[in-house]
Design a protein around this ligand. Structure first.
Ligand SMILES: Cc1cc2nc3c(=O)[nH]c(=O)nc-3n(C[C@H](O)[C@H](O)[C@H](O)COP(=O)(O)OP(=O)(O)OC[C@H]3O[C@@H](n4cnc5c(N)ncnc54)[C@H](O)[C@@H]3O)c2cc1C
Length: 371
């Protein structure tokens, strides 16, 4: 793998035949071959590496994915699956002379089974859309990467993604129970199912986190979680991240399992303040601690967290008094997570700059907020 943009190859004599065949499968609007449009897909969030694919395909069904993969298998064309292209490890980077299979159009929530706390989705569904769909029934989808307003469930499965709340709730692997997968020869397999601990080898466990190397997930069974009775967020200011880190160790040593913990240094605090005015104290180390559960339990644990923070040098402790204040506290942290990745600023934005039918690709903050 080399840095920089690869030189686009001249169209091969056999490309026209293959493109015709692929166009038959996905229709004219599902095949991208023009150089300008292909640039959108030349990298993911790891923007130092760029390879122009030979073509991009936008299937809208499992059958179409199978047919595409069979053509690739027959003609030995390398392919790479792509969700929203926010990955930071180059997983969706095209292979030279290969094609990209974008799952962005397979973005339907197929089933909401509240009785069993399950949701079945297509791979292109955006992470935060799952919670949005079940929030009115007091449920949520727990894995919360900072990119959750743009990244896809298919990408989350491949990367075993997680965020601040995974300390308590676990990463994607804890919340994926079943998968429909198209293998490299185009055959279809079903792994796991709606029930916990399906008998046999844990092949689903192998697939989650395999970074797109074992097949393309076309249907995903997710576990959703009931909203806790009470959620409280505490913000503690320390002289430096050393003291803040010691307080985290103190909480874990005391047997606590906060729903989320985040630590910010002064640079991150300044950046977040300038952007979202979260009203953070100006300190060397800031801790955001979220506790959830029954009201009485959260109240008791809050007192304990307060004591541990003070014991470790916290000079200001605040508890968010409303949902709006809590959202603002997390907005600052989310901003920092996004901006700490330069890709977020530089990757081409297809949500804003491209017609919707060309896939969701990577979206910048401005476009996300407009959605
Ligand atoms: C600002 C920012 C913040 C981030 N914060 C976090 C974070 O807090 N936690 C975290 O874990 N990650 C984070 N990430 C990384 C990234 O968002 C996650 O890895 C996410 O899961 C990628 O999803 P995606 O849809 O963008 O996948 P893509 O980048 O499109 O693809 C990622 C990998 O998944 C494979 N893939 C995609 N769809 C499928 C499918 N249907 N079947 C099989 N393989 C597939 C691809 O081939 C590739 O290997 C962040 C990224 C950014 C840019």
């Amino acid at each position: 793998m080399g840095a920089g943009t690869s030189q686009p190859r001249e169209p091969h004599i056999s490309d026209a035949r293959i493109f015709d065949e692929l166009r038959e499968i996905v229709g004219a609007r599902g095949l991208i071959t023009s150089r300008e449009e292909l640039h959108t897909y030349e990298c993911d969030g790891l923007t130092n590496f760029r390879v122009l694919p030979r073509a991009v395909l936008l299937p809208n069904s499992t059958e179409q994915v199978q047919k595409i993969v069979r053509v690739c298998h027959r003609d030995k064309i390398p392919f790479v699956a792509r969700g929203s292209g926010t990955g930071l490890s180059g997983g969706a980077l095209p292979v030279e002379n290969g094609v990209v299979i974008s799952l962005a159009r397979m973005n339907k929530i197929l089933e909401v089974d509240l009785a069993n706390a399950r949701v079945i989705v297509e791979p292109g569904v955006i992470n935060s859309d799952v919670t949005a769909r079940v929030a009115a029934q007091e449920y949520f989808y727990a894995p919360d990467p900072s990119s959750q307003s743009v990244c896809s469930i298919g990408g989350n499965v491949a990367e075993n993604s997680g965020g601040a709340h995974c300390l308590k709730y676990g990463f994607t692997t804890t919340h994926v129970l079943g998968l429909e997968v198209v293998l490299a020869d185009g055959s279809l397999v079903h792994l796991g199912g709606k029930i916990l601990d399906a008998p046999g080898y844990d092949l689903m466990g192998v697939f989650v986190g395999s970074e797109g190397t074992l097949g393309i997930a076309t249907k995903i069974i997710l576990r959703i979680v009931k909203r806790p009775e009470c959620v409280r967020t505490l913000l503690a200011a320390f002289p430096s991240t050393n003291e803040a880190g010691a307080a985290v160790s103190g909480m874990i040593a005391a047997g606590m399992l906060p729903a989320a913990i985040e630590m910010m240094d002064n640079l991150a605090i300044q950046a977040a303040e300038a952007a979202v005015h979260a009203n953070y104290p100006d300190c060397g180390g800031l801790l955001l601690v979220e506790l959830d559960g029954p009201v009485a339990e959260v109240a008791a644990l809050m007192t304990h967290v307060d004591e541990i923070c003070k014991k470790n040098g916290a000079w200001e402790i605040r508890v968010a008094q409303s949902d709006a204040e809590r959202a603002l506290v997390w907005k600052g942290e989310l901003y920092c997570a996004r901006r700490s990745d330069s890709a977020y600023r530089t990757a081409e934005c297809d949500a804003g700059n491209r017609p919707a039918e060309q896939g969701s690709g990577f979206a910048c903050g401005e476009c996300v907020s407009r959605r």
